[in-house]
Ligand binder design. Structure first.
Ligand code: IFM
Length: 464
């Protein structure tokens, strides 16, 4: 059975060191931190529309102001310096660049990211740019959003504009963040914008997203010589709830739905046959050449890991026949996600074993907790978030063990640099290693952030 009470390992690598060239970073996304939704010609995004729709986001929160990063980016770079970050992963807001989705380019939008990239490089921090982290221009959604194949062509236009401008200085590109969320969570489960509840729409959205990724890769290569380009997936390591044959088969189906549905086409295998058989009535149209486009060779795979899934057979689930089992003995974060670092270890070995991924990067990992506001301790403001530090220590230890077991893991980005707009949960969930007071916009490095900066400096986990 599963070990629900994880501890740090005690292996031959006693000081828990990482390889010398390991990349240490932190991540954010545009809509979650920028604010300034009406400034400098930015167009409306689906998250503006969705968050302003009553009942969609906890407390009616919106990203209108968020962390005001659009105005405070210079201070935020100082924060990154203080942490000793080597890399910063952020996303570009498509509606700042192409307010109408395609066509007219908004110079002021490009100029913002131009300044940000220059500021990062001056600070010695490598920019990692995500092209799409969920803020689709609303006008494109009005025309069907990701259920419309033409959105893949619009994404190619957008990629052209941003890589032409930044491609000389940005050398790490991520096409899409977590396409499972922009498809199933947004078009089937309805929890994210645009909030639809239709499974066949979700399958069409996956297909358009994957096409968008495949079309973007050669554009990035053309405009950003020598760059590395990849995609970030939020896979869910699927464990059978028991050893029964039925639960094992259910976990395999769930793996097909959540993981292989993305990995197989990205690595040239088309959609997995066992799952296609279940979806026969709802499959999207697939055109000649689509799978070739989708399987454009990439340089790395980004993985976002928080928690795995424990799956049992459930005949009442009409589509996949699966259900989720709650781990009774596990600890849970404020998102109600089980803490299970072994899932990260297993994923870091399984994915490159089954697919030719090349280097892996953990492009997100972290935990939400109900942090108390900063307190003065010896004249300094502190946030005591020992649970978050423990979460990071466990997962970094799992990552380091995976490297010892020859996983091609090359870097790690904490989610998140700062507390921010947590989508349907608004500001109610804090994931930051920096505390943000949303009234004053004051930032205070949490104890987990202080600990992370010592890990980065030591390139090892055996820090106080
Ligand atoms: O905040 C999100 C992020 O935008 C995408 N990955 C998961 C995070 C935590 O839910």
């Amino acid at each position: 059975m599963w070990n629900c009470v994880p501890t740090m390992s005690n292996t031959s690598n006693t000081n828990h060191r990482f390889p010398d060239d390991f990349v240490w970073g932190a991540a954010t996304a545009a809509y979650q931190i920028e604010g300034a939704i009406d400034e400098d010609g930015r167009g409306e995004s689906i998250w503006d529309r969705f968050s302003h729709t009553p009942g969609k986001v906890v407390n009616g929160d919106t990203g209108d102001i968020a962390c005001d990063h659009y105005h405070r980016w210079q201070d935020d770079i100082q924060l990154m310096r203080r942490l000793g970050l080597q890399a910063y992963r952020f996303s570009v807001a498509w509606p700042r660049i192409l307010p109408e989705g395609r066509g007219r380019i908004n110079e002021a939008g490009l100029a913002f990211y131009d300044r940000l990239v220059d500021g990062l490089l001056e600070a010695g921090i490598t920019p990692w740019v995500t092209l799409y982290h969920w803020d689709l221009p609303q006008v494109l959604d009005d025309a069907g959003g990701w259920t419309n194949r033409a959105t893949a062509d619009a994404f190619a236009e957008y990629t052209e504009a941003i890589t032409q401008r930044l491609g000389d200085r940005v050398k790490h590109w991520i096409t899409l963040n977590e396409p499972w969320c922009s498809s199933f969570l947004s078009y089937h489960i309805g929890e994210h914008a645009p909030g639809h509840k239709n499974f066949s729409e979700a399958l069409q959205a996956v297909h358009t997203l994957l096409l968008a990724h495949g079309k973007a890769v050669p554009i990035v290569r053309r405009n950003s010589p020598g760059a590395q380009v990849g995609i970030t997936l939020n896979l869910s390591q699927a464990y059978p709830a028991t050893e029964s044959a039925a639960d094992q088969a259910a976990a395999r189906r769930y793996d097909g739905y959540f993981n292989r549905w993305f990995l197989d086409p990205l690595y040239g295998r088309g959609y997995p046959e066992d799952i296609v058989a279940l979806y026969s009535d709802v499959m999207p149209p697939i055109e000649a050449g689509d799978f070739q486009t989708i399987a454009a060779p990439t340089d790395f795979l980004g993985l976002n890991y928080y928690s795995p899934s424990f799956i049992h057979d459930n005949p009442n689930d009409p589509l996949l026949g699966v259900g989720h089992t709650r781990l009774e003995d596990a600890e849970y974060t404020a998102m109600n996600w089980a803490i299970y670092p072994q899932g990260l270890y297993d994923q870091l070995l399984r994915v490159p074993r089954d697919y030719p991924t090349g280097p892996l990067y953990i492009t997100e990992n972290g935990a939400a907790y109900d942090d108390a506001p900063p307190q003065a301790v010896d004249g300094e403001l502190r946030v005591d978030d020992a649970k978050r530090t423990h979460y990071y220590a466990l997962h970094l230890d799992a990552a380091r063990r995976a490297i010892e077991a020859e996983s091609p893991l090359k870097g790690y980005f904490a989610w998140s640099l700062m507390d921010n707009f947590e989508w349907a949960f608004g500001y109610a969930k804090r994931f930051g290693i920096t505390y943000v007071d949303y009234q004053t916009q004051q930032r205070v490095l949490k104890d987990s952030g202080r600990w992370y900066s010592r890990v980065i400096a030591a390139n090892a986990l055996d820090v106080e």
